[in-house]
Write a new protein. Structure first.
Length: 575
């Protein structure tokens, strides 16, 4: 269905933008904390590594989601290497298990059952294999577990399992060694020794990569040539899937709206009517100035973005297929939608208040070395003598704590890492033995399965005009923990969001005054937004309005309830 924009008060010509306060700075450095942490996550979380490869390499149709400061080229390289190491391990383990199935069949089956039980008690995310295991007693005193003791315990359980498998071979096997000791020898070599060696090599690669390439202060690596197709920076075109348009921006913090009737100020001389273009340019340049001022908001970048529903990429001009697939309409069958739209197309979306294509001024602040990313989306339109301003703030918090363990390492971990790596290898061995043959076979058949899937998808896309090309989530959101790791991170987010709101309302007041319009209603509404606005503090919200699970409304400062560091999933609005 084609949507036509509602009538808005827009001028035919776009006013010239204000000159920037300072020349644009260099491109942001993407070798930052979340990039390192997410690269480490591909080595300790196999499911995350597969998600990275699926999104950046195997996906050929859905739009890219904003990365928000993560170098996805390096992320893809580490995911490939991590999965290749796992695949090599699984091949060696499967070959040894098949040999064991021929020599000691009952022991091979028993080993799979024991490994499934052992692997089922562990989570999918593993610790770095060479890390010290630090725990605290009930009184809070630190206690470092002995590496040799941990290896001895793991080895003892493995030896008992090997003996049980050999005993099963002597009791129920239709063929194989007749006695216990020959069965034990075959089981120990084929079903324990070789799998342990293969897992040890893989765990050693995990440890060496983390301790040499991903520690704090490690030099920024050059992106591999094989990842040149992965875009480096976010574009100004976001194609989303589903209800929420701000894909990749994280959890919504606050939202508010402001609706003002544009009336002449008492005694003011007639002025040029205020249009949507003038309003958007003034707010955009005002926020840009906030980022370039000496005492402004550090790390603030401002741009106009276009947000489009992924099922509505076949609309009328100027939002036709040629905008989303510049290489030609037929390329929609073989390539992903564009990430960047030309300036005239973005400007044409200003003032649209109907349909799936929307324009926003996006103000993004990257704090704490991009661990925290605050994004404020502002939609401003003038319709039939009324000004409408909507603001929605979202935040990305640090990634999962398991991915952050590399920060505990020095440039090169000191001491003998062998006992810890060997103990970790015993654990990883059970992961492979829990699905011998199936894991490597599935990897080998994946390319053929992808080809069949691609053929079916192309047929669906060719006959479905409303196929959803929108991005559902971003890799940064996939790794997001949803929690702050430091109290001051929450304070900094609130401060930056409030300063952006202050600048928005101040620039709006100046613009109304310049056009001889009444500002009294704005002053009243500004007090509501700034003084009674919603501040997210765990389960309690300070302000006149509170929304979301466990939220409360308080007139003044009150005791915090719930996890104060957690970013609430509920949305709050003040209007």
């Amino acid at each position: 269905m084609e949507h036509e924009p509602a009538t808005t008060d827009r001028a035919r010509s776009v006013p010239a933008p204000r000159p920037p306060a300072s020349p644009p700075g260099p491109a942001p450095d993407l070798w930052n904390t979340p990039t390192r942490h997410m690269c480490a996550g591909t080595w300790v979380d196999e499911s995350f590594a597969r998600a990275v490869v699926r999104e950046l390499e195997q996906e050929r149709h859905r739009a890219h989601a904003p990365s928000c400061g993560v170098d996805e080229r390096l992320l893809l390289d580490h995911a490939r290497r991590a999965l290749a190491a796992v695949h090599t391990r699984d091949l060696a383990v499967s070959a040894a298990w098949l040999a064991g199935l021929l020599c000691v069949p009952a022991a091979a089956v028993a080993r799979v059952l024991l490994s499934k039980i052992s692997a089922g008690t562990r989570g999918s995310v593993r610790r770095l294999p060479g890390m010290h295991s630090l725990r605290r007693d009930k009184d809070g005193a630190p206690r470092v577990e002995d590496a040799a003791g941990g290896l001895a315990t793991a080895g003892l359980f493995s030896a008992v399992g090997t003996a049980l498998c050999a005993y099963a071979q002597t009791q129920v096997a239709p063929w194989g060694p007749a006695g216990f000791w020959p069965a034990l020898l075959c089981t120990a070599v084929l079903l324990t020794g070789v799998p342990w060696w293969a897992a040890w090599r893989q765990q050693k690669e995990v440890w060496d990569t983390a301790s040499r390439e991903l520690v704090p202060g490690a030099p920024a690596p050059a992106p591999p040539r094989e990842t040149t197709d992965v875009p480096r920076n976010d574009g100004n075109l976001v194609i989303h899937s589903g209800y929420r348009p701000f894909t990749g921006s994280g959890t919504e913090l606050t939202s508010w709206s402001l609706d003002l009737r544009l009336r002449p100020a008492p005694g003011a001389a007639p002025s040029v009517p205020l249009t949507t273009d003038t309003l958007v340019v003034a707010l955009r340049d005002g926020l840009g100035g906030l980022g370039s001022e000496p005492r402004g908001v550090a790390g603030l970048s401002v741009e106009e973005r276009l947000y489009v529903d992924g099922t509505e990429l076949d609309g009328p001009e100027p939002f036709s297929r040629s905008v989303f697939w510049p290489d030609g309409a037929d390329s929609r069958l073989t390539s992903r939608p564009a990430r960047h739209a030309k300036a005239p197309v973005v400007e044409a979306a200003r003032g649209r208040v109907d349909g799936p294509v929307r324009h926003c001024v996006c103000a993004q602040v990257r704090m704490w070395d991009a661990e925290i990313v605050l994004t404020v989306h502002v939609q401003a339109v003038v319709v039939s003598g009324t000004l409408h301003l909507n603001s929605a703030a979202s935040v990305l918090t640090p990634v999962r704590s398991a991915y952050q363990e590399v920060d505990r390492l020095t440039e090169r971990h000191h001491g003998d890492d062998t006992p810890r790596i060997a103990a970790a290898a015993l654990s990883a061995m059970h992961e492979s033995l829990g699905g011998p043959v199936a894991r490597p076979l599935g990897r080998l058949l994946a390319d053929r399965a992808d080809s069949r899937r691609e053929e079916r998808l192309q047929d669906v896309i060719a006959h479905d005009r409303r196929y959803d090309f929108g991005a559902r989530t971003s890799l940064r959101e996939h790794a997001d923990s949803g929690e702050y790791t430091n109290y001051f991170q929450r304070i900094d987010v609130q401060r930056a969001a409030r300063r952006i709101e202050l600048r928005l309302l101040a620039d709006l007041g100046e613009l109304l005054a310049e056009h001889g319009l009444d500002t009294s209603e704005l002053e009243e509404r500004r007090s509501v937004i700034l003084n009674n606005g919603v501040i997210m503090t765990g389960g309690t919200m300070h302000g006149a309005v509170a929304a979301g699970p466990g939220a409360q409304a308080a007139a003044g400062p009150g005791a915090q309830t719930g996890a104060a560091s957690r970013v609430s999933q509920g949305a709050a609005a003040t209007s």
